[in-house]
Design a protein around this ligand. Sequence first.
Ligand code: FAD
Length: 311
Amino acid sequence: AYDVLVVGGGPAGAAAAIYAARKGIRTGVVAERFGGQVSDTMAIENFISVKATEGPKLVANLEQHVLDYDVDIVKNQRAQKVIPADQSRSGLIEIELASGARLKSRSIIIATGARWREMNVPGEQEYRGRGVAYCPHCDGPLFKGKRVSVIGGGNSGIEAAIDLAGLVEHVTVFEFTDTLRADDVLIRKANSLTNVTIIKNAMTTEVIGDGNRVTGMTYQDRLTGDNHEIELAGIFVQIGLLPNTDFLKGDIALSNRGEVEIDARGATSVDGVFAAGDATTVPYKQIIIAMGAGATASLAAFDHLIRLSDS
Ligand code: FAD
């Protein structure tokens, strides 16, 4: 059995594993895909102290750093259930894998991350990272002085539009329904900006590019059925971030968005189970934040372990 078993191998999971291993305790990581969302990222310019890097490079560094310690990495395995210690036969917390195997540990750190909801239109995958973006904090500065769109008129979409308006030439927000679902104060702010246009009842239909980068997109006016094309350098998709937490439903308290509810130490509703990163209620989803959260959860797990009676 492990002392700390980390579920997830993104920045949060890697940080948690390193902090645990440095305490000299038995540490494991089980990950469906080591690296997580970072594997899908190209330019990273906000990982403080590294001016610029690329996703795959950062993932290789993460793995190397973890492997520098005595950590068991179990790759390409998906966790499908958590069994709290008071319900398991072993008296330890158990993680059931999709293969049916069970891993046992005295504490668990959930770091399964999240994924951006996609538009599912032609061109989106082809131009992902080449004009199609999901994170304004990450990619906004790459579109300085250019025209962009934001897909989605909820809080994250309108926040993105306000944020981008300060960097880019012009932002067009596309909302599918006839009403924006953002807070009034955000809508008022967006409406006050001269370089933000909001189009409602608009269904995005295609991302257009020149084979190299995005050059525009098409949308349909859902009221008239008319099709339109607009020239753009970037499209920020803001239609939701889905935490990878389905497998925890019923066993661990989740927010109404499906995020694992954590306190300031990363503790969840289940004794001995901690969580970190994009899978949790942490307000901002970024690499550096996920790493800090992973370190926090790991130190909290260690504190928990030294208080267990059998240690
Ligand atoms: P993730 O990176 O999502 O990792 C989750 C891990 O859990 C993965 O290993 C996954 O395989 C595993 N997993 C999931 N479910 C299971 C399961 N059931 N069983 C086992 N393993 C499982 N942030 C920045 O700070 N700067 C940027 O420039 C930046 N650019 C980005 C660009 C893109 C295209 C994307 C998608 C994100 C970007 N982000 C950026 C956000 C950043 O990648 C995330 O905030 C960060 O990766 C979150 O780390 P995490 O460890 O919480 O989760």
